[in-house]
Structure formats: C-alpha cells, structure tokens
Design a protein around this ligand. Structure first.
Ligand code: AMP
Length: 215
C-alpha cells in the first residue's frame, strides 16, 4: 500500500504513520527525520537544510524532491510506503505523481489529519522527542521520565529546536500557505480522506485502519 499522510505540524502524522507502518510492514518515510539526521551528521544536505528548518520555513522543492525520489528507489519501498511530511507543496505533489506514474504505480490513499490551530500550538510546544528513536512525549499528557532517557531505547529526550512557540507559529503559517492547497489537489484526484486528529491515538488509528480495510 502506498499512502500519504497530510496535516499541519502536530496533528499526529508521525505517530499514526509509525503504527500504520508496523501494521502494513512498509517503511514510513519522514522527510523531517531525513533532514534532521543530515543536520546531525553535518552533511552538505544538512548544512543547506538547517537554515530553512531553524526558521520553520520549507526546504526548497528541488532539494526535497531529489531526496524523496532517491529514498523511494530503495528496495524496502518495493511493496509500499507511507509518506509523512511529503509532499508539502503543489510542485512536490506534481513531482511525486510524475514519479509514481513513471513506475506504473499509484497512491492508494491520502490520509489527512485535522486538529484546531490552538491545540496544535499547545501540542507542539509541549512535545518532547527521543533524539535516537523519535519516540514522542508530551510534558502535559505523556511526560518523559525525570532522567530524560527514552523509555523505549534509552536515548536522550529533547525538545526539537523548531518546537518553540515563535517557530511553531511560522510553521503553522507556512502550512496554511503552502501545504493546505494540497487538500484541494487530492480532493480533485479523488483519494483524500479527512480524519479528526483530536482523539486518542488508538481511536484515530482504528478509524484509519477501518477506512483502509486493513485486517
Ligand atoms: P517535520 O518533522 O515534518 O515537522 O519537518 C521539519 C522541517 O523539515 C519542516 O519545518 C521543514 O523545514 C523541513 N521539511 C520537512 N519536510 C519537508 C518538505 N516536504 N518540504 C520542505 N521542507 C520540509
């Protein structure tokens, strides 16, 4: 199955994507994770991307489209994939369509998660993540242990540099301007399904799995 997860930052794409990836046994590809790893390793991609990411702006389309195409060529994507955080602009969506069609494949569904803006600001500014495995915590609803070591892998739990309020506000603005139009794009294509992202992780996952008719 080939899926796209669409939604503003903080709507739960990563969390739902991880659960779906486990269930479907396909990789979840997060462009944000790929870029953060590149920054950590100080590669030339990381150095280029950092100046956009630290402001909450989007990395240019040419860069990100190249990264995704390269990733989709890897053998673990043969039987499907879940895209988390890509596409984020109409040109990215068009490039993805062109690529997928060139492989005689299709996107099975675009899953859009929706949460009110005020709740997103709160979710993102109180989010903490494991630097190693990406496991999510929230200082209000799911607090990390006092020693800030991940309960899954023992990695260091941190606040993402772009999860501070000023940058969060810009990320949400960028989403409205650049990514929101993708809802219309995929509605026209007929494969967009909107889910309320304001519920328990389990309920939302169940709704998505029911829609996708996953056994
Ligand atoms: P995320 O982890 O998905 O919230 O992404 C973190 C940051 O990475 C974003 O704020 C952008 O700066 C950058 N980024 C991730 N995915 C994309 C994309 N598809 N296009 C452009 N920039 C991206």
């Amino acid at each position: 199955m080939r899926l796209i997860l669409l939604g503003a930052p903080g709507t739960g794409k990563g969390t739902q994507g991880n659960l779906l990836a486990l269930k479907l046994n396909v990789p979840k590809i997060s462009t944000g994770d790929i870029l953060r790893q590149a920054i950590e390793k100080k590669t030339s991609l990381g150095i280029q991307a950092q100046k956009y990411m630290q402001k909450g702006d989007l990395v240019p389309d040419e860069i990100i489209i190249g990264i995704v195409k390269e990733r989709l060529e890897e053998s673990d994507c043969k039987n499907g994939f879940i895209l988390d955080g890509f596409p984020r602009t109409v040109p990215q969506a068009i490039a993805l369509d062109t690529y997928i069609e060139s492989k005689d494949q299709k996107i099975d569904a675009v899953i859009a998660l929706e949460v009110e803006r005020d709740k997103l600001v709160k979710r993102l500014t109180s989010r903490r993540v494991c630097k190693n495995c990406g496991n999510d915590y929230n200082i209000i609803t799911n607090p990390p242990p006092e020693d800030m070591k991940c309960t899954k892998c023992g990695g260091e739990i941190i606040q993402r540099a772009d999860d501070n309020e000023e940058i969060v506000v810009n990320r949400l603005q960028v989403y409205e301007e650049k990514t929101f139009p993708l809802k219309e794009y995929y509605t026209m294509k007929g494969n967009l399904k909107i889910f309320d992202g304001d519920g328990t992780i389990e309920d939302i996952q169940r709704n998505i799995q029911e829609y996708l008719a996953i056994e």
